[in-house]
Ligand binder design. Structure first.
Ligand code: IPM
Ligand code: MG
Length: 368
């Protein structure tokens, strides 16, 4: 295990964005784990906490204040809890919490969103899908994150509304290259998910993806799948997927669906990366306002996001793997929150259990 700080000899600069709902609770859990990693594993992290989402709207009127953008410009990565909640539902579009998230993605060109879906035997019983279909599921959703209908022209009058879905060739090329590099580290198989029988944007995607892979990645294969069929195959034969590459909206929908393979939305981490070194790490789940403030939030998605940050932004694969092993050990020991079992633990108890294993790594891996 390496003991040196990783970023040019200086501490790693992290912006913390607790956000709304259960965001601050799972964020606090991540901070506890990072504290243990700093004490016991030689990481040096400078944490700068900033506002985003509804909390930022309340404090400044803006879901992504300039101060937060400036802090991220100076940072190596940002760690986000969640944004949104019913108290801001009636806000005008520019003061909706979600806009803070969409703007930070766009501001930093975080076009490549990675959502790993890995099932664990200890959790098979908690999935609505039959256990035999969950064996060896290990797929990576690569979701394009800064284009499509999320960012196209939008308008509405009393009788009509429009959200334009637009993609450019360079936008498709860069996410294809990112997905191909990931595929090279895995089984080398990309499934391109689209709706090319209906949508012109999908036909552009197909042309570009096949050309880029054919010309630049001879060791990677691409299979086409319509999104409606993909949503079915994800449930009937999830173990057949390696890398699932898709546009923004399809990726949003399919990743929530795929979370059910793991057992709970509270288990899915994500990384949003740009072409430089900045990454935004966040759980896939939302702010869950109905359970906020009660210690019920599942912190594992956030802690797995920390592991992704250790791997992708801090270049600390050993520490990332250790944290993941500690988490899997906890799963094997049934240390789960109430989204998974009615007699489950609190957010704080789960966090403590992970921290304890991290501090005594020999006990970490298999569970005690
Ligand atoms: C996600 C979320 C966001 C999205 C929302 C909160 C805007 O659902 O990250 O999957 O749609 O991208
Ligand atoms: Mg979503």
């Amino acid at each position: 295990m390496s003991n040196e700080p990783k970023v040019n000899g200086r501490p790693f600069r992290l912006v913390g964005l607790p956000g709304d709902g259960i965001g601050p609770e799972v964020y606090a859990s991540a901070c506890q784990v990072l504290a243990v990693l700093q004490q016991g594993h030689g990481l040096r992290i400078e944490l700068d906490e900033q506002l985003i989402g509804g909390a930022a709207v309340d404090a400044t009127g803006d879901p992504l204040p300039q101060q937060t953008i400036d802090a991220c410009r100076n940072a190596d990565a940002a760690l986000l809890g969640a944004v949104g909640g019913p108290e801001w539902d009636r806000n005008p579009a520019e003061q909706r919490p979600e806009l803070g998230l969409l703007r930070i993605r766009s501001e930093f060109s975080l076009f490549c969103n990675l959502r790993p879906i890995v099932t664990h035997p200890a959790l098979h019983a908690f999935s609505p899908i039959r256990a035999e279909r969950l064996q060896r599921v290990d797929l990576m959703i690569v979701r394009e994150l800064t284009g499509g209908s999320y960012f196209g022209k939008k308008w509405r009058d009393a009788d009509q509304a429009e959200d334009v879905c637009r993609y450019t060739r360079p936008e498709v090329e860069r996410v294809t290259r990112a997905a191909a590099r990931i595929a090279q580290q895995r089984q080398g198989r990309i499934t391109l998910v689209d709706k090319a029988n209906v949508l012109e944007t999908s036909r552009l995607w197909r042309e570009v993806v096949h050309r880029v892979i054919g010309e630049e990645f001879p060791d990677v294969s691409v299979e086409n799948m319509y999104v409606d069929a993909a949503s079915m195959h994800l449930l009937t034969r999830p173990a057949d997927f390696d890398v699932l590459l898709t546009e923004n909206l399809f990726g949003d929908i399919l990743s929530d669906e795929a979370s059910m393979l793991c057992g709970s939305m509270g288990l899915l981490p994500s990384a949003s990366l740009n072409e430089e070194r900045f990454g935004l790490y966040e759980p896939v789940h939302g702010s869950a306002p109905d359970i906020a403030g009660q210690g019920l939030a599942n912190p594992y998605a956030m802690l797995l996001s920390v592991a992704m940050m250790l791997r992708h932004s801090l270049d600390c694969p050993a520490e990332a793997a250790l944290l993941e092993q500690c988490i899997y050990g906890c799963w094997s020991d049934g240390l789960l929150t109430r989204d998974l079992r009615p007699d489950g633990l609190t957010t704080a108890q789960v966090t403590e259990a992970v921290c304890e294993r991290l501090s005594t790594p020999t006990a970490a891996q298999t569970g005690s």
